[in-house]
Design a protein around this ligand. Structure first.
Ligand SMILES: *[C@@H]1O[C@H](CO)[C@@H](O)[C@H](O)[C@H]1NC(C)=O
Ligand SMILES: *[C@@H]1O[C@H](CO)[C@@H](O)[C@H](O)[C@H]1NC(C)=O
Ligand SMILES: *[C@@H]1O[C@H](CO)[C@@H](O)[C@H](O)[C@H]1NC(C)=O
Length: 548
């Protein structure tokens, strides 16, 4: 009897699900139409695709430097990108052997993509920055296609776009239509946050995601490298931090060589690496290897044995921070570091008699956000002296900490109305800002949640044009409580692709059906390139993911 009831329950539950599925199906019935923009993702600013198509063969097609280019064969960044994209378009040399697509070339084939860096300084050996020129122009025509970009950064994006224009005709031959594209990003800061503290992320997973970021024209890897749970960053100055604070001192750490590899891999794809060392909260793991750094909490008149945020009243705290951030400033070449500053819990500070005494001396009254500001201001001075700019989470601004004019305020809290008000008030104060609130991809739910990510726009708030210009972009965040190497990539992609288009393409690119058509193809392209990007909805890819 009990069995029967639960069977009935199960049946009605399934019917409920099925009903949902039918709704989804009706909603998405118009899906598998070809977009007039093919599989381009994110959509370029200006695109004209004609109906004239050319064939390409792996035997005759080459990506070469244009004669007039300021970056020649010595630019290994470009040469390695040519190899990468050639393989994406035709498969590796091994795969081509005996492949059907190896038809003989024909005089009407497209045989060359010429890459022309037009500015005297190509920036080939430099690092991308928040002011990098990422624009490019792509003309596909007979007999050659030309990709023009002022800097290598635009050329990298243009190569990705070119590879997205290549498709297979019904006989499996590679083809491309005559096309003119003029492209540049809407926002300068288009980031992905990965969290390597809640779970350790093997380098291989980080690199695979940098690769996928490049396919989506993301340009910032926000590396939330340490937090309460673990401290995997191996510091040369303070090796005891990871010795004591990592999940494992040898297998779950990022050595200086690992960090270097991540930064160079990212650079070769036009991606900045911005590390986050979040203080004074979120620092439990720091305390294991650095005595007296954290505040001892009290239970009545005695220390309870637990610890709170960084202890802001000791000079040794600032000596430590100065040495630590001096190291960080040399290890990470980017002009910015993220200093966190979110979710500081005052309970422990309140319990500590020394802190209470200090509050009195400083005339802070009972306002512990003043103590937080005291700490943050000293930290900001330290980081400024290392010649870095900084990003901070919105609480630091909310608490009225005095900030340098070029501080970037990272908005992450609240519902839509609240974050829009926050964007309005941050920009009204003249600060630059970036948005993450609607893009917490660690939050999962049934259905096509990418559509919600796609509809959010960081400039949708009440404010002047001047205020809107202070919005430099946004970041999709994948916090790590429930994410490790087993599920990171499929959880992130293609959901983050929705954010990629919002941050790259023009503001009026909002057609959700067209987005679905292109994103379905883009997702299959990621799968074909070996990325286990999860499906958007019922469908198939011509070449399914085969596992690892
Ligand atoms: C490319 O050209 C073919 C005709 O050769 C046409 O059927 C197709 O729609 C074109 N593709 C795009 C994306 O415009
Ligand atoms: C901490 O530094 C301040 C300013 O340099 C100094 O006045 C104070 O005496 C120092 N405190 C201790 C305990 O050394
Ligand atoms: C967006 O606006 C531009 C300029 O007004 C226009 O040329 C373009 O066709 C529009 N794009 C879309 C997708 O509506």
């Amino acid at each position: 009897m009990l069995k029967f009831v639960s069977l009935l329950l199960a049946l009605s539950f399934c019917q409920g699900l099925q009903h949902n599925n039918i709704d989804d199906y009706v909603e998405a019935e118009s899906v598998f139409q070809a977009s007039k923009y093919g599989s381009l993702w994110p959509l370029p600013q200006k695109v004209q695709i004609s109906e004239v198509s050319f064939k390409l063969t792996s035997a005759s097609f080459r990506i070469v430097d244009a004669k007039a280019s300021s970056a020649g064969p010595s630019c290994s960044l470009l040469q390695s990108a040519y190899r990468r994209y050639y393989e994406y378009m035709f498969g590796s040399a091994k795969k081509q052997w005996g492949s059907k697509n190896n038809r003989r070339s024909d005089p009407s084939d497209l045989t060359e993509l010429q890459v022309w860096i037009t500015s005297p300084d190509s920036e080939c050996d430099g690092y991308p920055s928040v002011t990098s020129d990422e624009s490019y122009e792509l003309t596909v025509n007979q007999p050659v296609a030309v990709l023009k970009a002022p800097k290598v950064w635009g050329a990298l994006h243009g190569l990705e776009t070119f590879s997205q224009l290549v498709f297979e005709d019904e006989y499996g031959a590679k083809s491309i239509n005559a096309t003119i594209i003029n492209d540049f990003p809407r926002f300068q800061h288009r980031g992905i946050l990965l969290d390597s503290s809640r779970h350790f992320l093997p380098i291989k997973v980080i690199l695979a995601n940098l690769e996928t970021m490049a396919m989506n024209k993301f340009n910032v890897f926000h590396w939330h490298i340490v937090d309460d749970q673990s401290f995997p960053y191996l510091s040369r100055t303070f090796p005891q931090l990871s010795e004591q604070g990592a999940y494992h001192p040898y297998t779950h750490v990022y050595t200086p060589a690992d960090v270097k590899m991540v930064i160079e891999f990212a650079r070769l794809r036009g991606i900045r690496v911005i590390p986050e060392f979040d203080t004074p909260g979120h620092t439990q793991s720091w305390g294991k290897g650095q005595k007296d750094l954290l505040t001892p909490c009290y239970s009545g008149s005695k220390p309870s044995g637990s610890f709170g945020p960084v202890n802001p009243i000791l000079n040794t705290t600032y000596d430590f921070m100065a040495q630590f951030f001096t190291e960080i400033s040399t290890v990470f070449p980017d002009g910015y570091v993220h200093l966190g500053g979110d979710e500081v819990d005052f309970t422990c500070w309140k319990s500590n008699p020394d802190i209470q005494k200090f509050m009195e001396q400083q005339h802070f009254g009972e306002d512990y956000s003043k103590l937080e500001s005291f700490y943050i201001q000293k930290l900001l001075d330290i980081v400024t002296s290392t010649k870095k700019g900084y990003l901070i989470w919105q609480e630091v601004f909310d608490n009225g900490v005095k900030l340098k004019a070029d501080t970037l305020i990272h908005v992450w809290k609240g519902n839509q109305e609240q974050y829009q008000n926050e964007m309005a008030s941050v920009t009204a104060s003249g600060y630059q800002t970036l948005l993450s609130t609607p893009w917490y991809l660690n939050r999962i739910s049934y259905g096509q949640d990418w559509q919600g990510f796609y509809k959010a726009d960081p400039q949708d708030f009440k404010g002047t044009d001047e205020q809107k210009k202070l919005v430099i972009g946004g970041e999709a965040c994948l916090w790590g409580e429930y994410v490790d190497a087993t599920n990171l990539t499929p959880r992130l992609w293609p959901r983050a692709s929705a954010v990629a288009e919002r941050l790259w393409s023009a503001k009026n690119v909002t057609d959700i059906d067209d987005a679905f058509n292109r994103l379905s193809l883009h997702r299959c392209r990621m799968v074909e390139r070996g990325i286990p990007a999860e499906p958007l909805f019922s469908s198939y890819c011509p070449r399914e993911y085969k596992g690892v």
